[in-house]
Design a protein around this ligand. Structure first.
Ligand SMILES: Cc1cc2nc3c(=O)[nH]c(=O)nc-3n(C[C@H](O)[C@H](O)[C@H](O)COP(=O)(O)OP(=O)(O)OC[C@H]3O[C@@H](n4cnc5c(N)ncnc54)[C@H](O)[C@@H]3O)c2cc1C
Length: 350
């Protein structure tokens, strides 16, 4: 295990913000994960697991513990008895590269999740989702190192407790596991998911696009919204959506509509008993109705010029700048609609 000291974290995040990690190491295999965990435990130092840094806001003063960047490589494929293909993917693999590989092999289940930045190990943490798909519906098993028991464990999808942008890894068991491998069960020759209007509009009515074409369309749509990492594109210097879409009761939608003078667009609330009879209201709509438009700026922080939900580093922004803008937005939304938006990115070192 190679340990570095006072390693700047900003270059490891898509926002490009944050102070140094007191200690830093890259784990390239499971033994190095266990070794890093033992090193931190023996010294009573807190440990933070870093993937691609695409859902992360690091404080300006950095982090006083050990950052373990998960860099485990490797993908194994095997045919299931039910005609599916199991992909056992090590946590350090690039997520979008894996989506591309699955689409090239004509395997369905994650085509709408093309272009999401970050690592494979990051995907179960907040149950990544976009354009009508979530990883929860294809994950079969998650292998992880249990930092309390100091042993490797495996979870079935049910045991992961997936819900909208949630799992056991970012709720009850936050910070307790280092995910080292995720097994996805994909369907060869399956039909692409075309649930979202944006995506449907990319194809002629009645056409049957391939999985690869759908994944490519998703990347194009994401790029048009600054939601694809593209060198030199200022609008993608973000952590993706900064706020979650609130899931509310139907009566609250009526109230929001009365205040806004028009009905908010509705997204399906997604699976899960807790979502029954509830509606997902686009946070972007609430933010716009509260007076913020694309391209709004506050010092070096700003709202993306192409997506109201993404807060960006316009150049030289600090974590405090981003939080000041987030606070301003949240106060305005709360004042107008009585809804407190929940932040999506993980905060480190605050
Ligand atoms: C331009 C842009 C667009 C985005 N679009 C979407 C989108 O459409 N949908 C969506 O859901 N998200 C989106 N995101 C957010 C982000 O890409 C995902 O949440 C991604 O899965 C984060 O993975 P990561 O490897 O970068 O994790 P990091 O940002 O490094 O870490 C995020 C959290 O996951 C934990 N973590 C990471 N890896 C592991 C591991 N191996 N074991 C245990 N814990 C781990 C970290 O400790 C941290 O708590 C977007 C981000 C950007 C910048």
């Amino acid at each position: 295990m190679l340990l570095e000291e006072n390693k700047p974290l900003a270059p490891f995040t898509t926002l490009g913000i944050g102070g140094p990690a007191r200690w830093f190491t890259v784990a390239r295999n499971e033994s190095e994960v266990a070794e890093a965990a033992a090193w931190a435990r023996e010294r009573s130092i807190s440990l933070f697991v870093l993937g691609g840094g695409s859902n992360l806001l690091v404080s300006d003063s950095g982090f006083s513990g050990l950052v373990v960047q998960v860099g485990l490589p490797g993908i194994n494929e095997s045919a299931g008895r039910d005609g599916t293909i199991m992909f056992e993917v090590s946590a350090g693999e690039d997520w979008d590269a894996f989506v591309q590989r699955a689409a090239n092999k004509n395997c369905a289940g994650i085509e709408c999740l093309a272009g999401i930045p970050g690592t494979v190990g990051g995907t179960p943490v907040q149950n990544v989702g976009a354009y009508g798909q979530e990883v929860a519906s294809t994950i079969h098993r998650v292998r992880a190192f249990d930092l309390a028991q100091h042993a490797f464990v495996e979870f079935s999808a049910e045991e992961c407790g997936f819900a909208y942008r949630r799992s056991r890894f970012n709720t009850d068991d936050r910070g307790l596991y280092v995910v080292t491998r995720v097994d996805y069960r994909l369907t060869p020759g399956g039909v692409p998911t075309l649930r979202y209007a944006d995506l449907q509009r990319a194809f002629l009515p009645g056409s049957s696009p391939s999985l690869k074409e759908v994944a490519e369309a998703v990347r194009r749509i994401r790029q048009s919204k600054g939601m694809l990492l593209v060198d030199g594109d200022l609008d993608c210097r973000s952590a993706g959506s900064f706020f979650k879409n609130p899931v509310v009761a139907e009566e609250q939608v009526q109230k929001i509509a009365a205040i806004g003078g028009t009905r908010p667009p509705r997204f399906p609330a997604g699976p899960g008993a807790e979502n029954e009879g509830r509606v997902k209201v686009p946070a972007a709509w609430l933010i716009e109705q509260a007076g913020f438009s694309k391209g709004y700026t506050l010092g070096a922080a700003g709202v993306s010029r192409r997506h109201t939900l993404a807060l960006i580093n316009r150049g030289g922004a600090t974590a405090s700048d981003i939080l000041a803008l987030a606070d301003q937005i949240n106060s305005a939304v709360s004042e107008r609609f009585g809804i407190t938006l929940e932040m999506e990115p993980v905060m480190l070192g605050f």
